[in-house]
Write a protein that binds this ligand. Structure first.
Ligand code: COA
Ligand code: ZN
Length: 303
């Protein structure tokens, strides 16, 4: 088991999609560049969704164009764009996306609230997209929303998540990320679910996406690490939340995850000073006091 962990920064998407201040593309680009400068190699840069549904994500095509025009001098950042449906895939492909993150669901009500499709329908779209993407040479990450609890249906049966996972692993996707959309998971639940998924399919294909609603996100990261997971979504400054999932609060903060992993001797490639600069920029651009715990301690270390 490797000690290399990938942090997939979702701030520019999950972090910004429900902020009261809507950032123009130039500012989103600035944030992405700051994250790259910090050494973050995977970034969920935006989403191809209806601008009526999520105004903060409008202009993903312009964002992608700017990103491809001037590749980062700081390393090979890999951008993925979230897509909710086939139309999102088509728009992402037209814009030149090299990776898409398609959302499927562990609860039917959450699927209907988010994309007005049932779970099965969203999965059917996802399988069609996987086939197209294979032919188009586009990477597909699948994220399973509300894997640990649903704001509408409550507890989610782990057997449902197992079934979804088995179908998508068999479809040959690049990665399957289990999302705790509303921050309902606890470390015992994470440990049990991820250990059994890892036993069935190996840990390498999985990732985890935790929100910190109940202050358990970092403990959940640790539980997943122990189960062999080496890919974590996190958001700079702990920004985050889903406009269609009541009670969803910030993601686990990238600063907290990076510092914990670093102190535990794991390799993330992230540089503390760059991370702090990106965090300060995120605060300035959004005008909010972001979550996460380690930022001020980190400032003291660097000063
Ligand atoms: N990107 C941009 N526009 C899209 C789109 C996409 N992926 N999918 C649909 N649309 C547009 C349609 O063209 C149509 O536009 P119009 O009103 O100008 O004609 C409109 O959205 C409604 O289309 P329809 O097919 O009826 O969609 P819907 O109403 O069944 O679904 C979604 C609505 C899925 C488009 C919308 O709810 C959405 O984009 N949700 C985003 C969910 C999200 O980002 N959640 C947070 C992250 S998980
Ligand atoms: Zn999220």
């Amino acid at each position: 088991m490797t000690d290399r962990v990938t942090i997939n920064e979702v701030g520019p998407r999950d972090g910004l999609q429900s902020q009261s201040r809507i950032l123009p593309v130039t500012e989103r680009l600035q944030l992405i560049r700051a994250l790259e400068t910090a050494g973050i190699s995977r970034i969920e840069a935006g989403s191809f969704v209806s601008p009526k549904a999520v105004p903060a994500m409008a202009g993903a095509d312009a964002l992608l164009q700017s990103l491809s025009k001037s590749p980062s001098p700081h390393g090979p950042a890999n951008y993925s764009f979230l897509i909710p449906n086939m139309k999102g895939y088509e728009l992402a492909r037209e814009a030149g996306a090299e990776s898409v993150t398609m959302v499927v669901y562990a609860s039917d009500t959450m699927a209907r609230r988010n994309v007005r499709m049932g779970m099965a329908e969203a999965e059917r779209d996802a399988f069609k997209i996987i086939d197209l993407a294979r032919a188009d040479g586009i990477e597909v990450i699948v994220i399973v929303a509300v894997s640990f609890g649903c704001p509408f249906e409550g507890a989610v049966d782990s057997a449902v998540v197992h079934d979804v996972a088995a179908r998508f692993v068999a479809a040959g996707i690049h990665r399957l990320v289990l999302a705790d959309t509303i921050g309902a998971a606890d470390p015992a639940q994470v440990s049990a679910l991820l250990a059994s998924l890892a036993e069935d399919h190996g840990p390498g294909i999985f990732g985890c996406h935790f929100h910190d609603t109940r202050a358990m996100a970092l403990a959940n990261v640790y539980a997943a690490l122990q189960a062999g997971i080496r890919w974590f979504d996190s958001s700079i400054g702990g920004l985050g939340g889903c406009p269609f999932a009541p009670g969803a609060s910030g993601n686990v903060a990238t600063e907290d995850v990076a510092v914990m992993l670093g102190q535990m001797g794991m390799e993330t490639g992230i540089d503390d000073a760059g991370l702090l600069a990106a965090s300060d920029l995120a605060t300035r651009l959004t005008g909010t006091a972001p979550g996460g715990r380690v930022r001020e301690w980190l400032r003291g270390q660097i000063a």
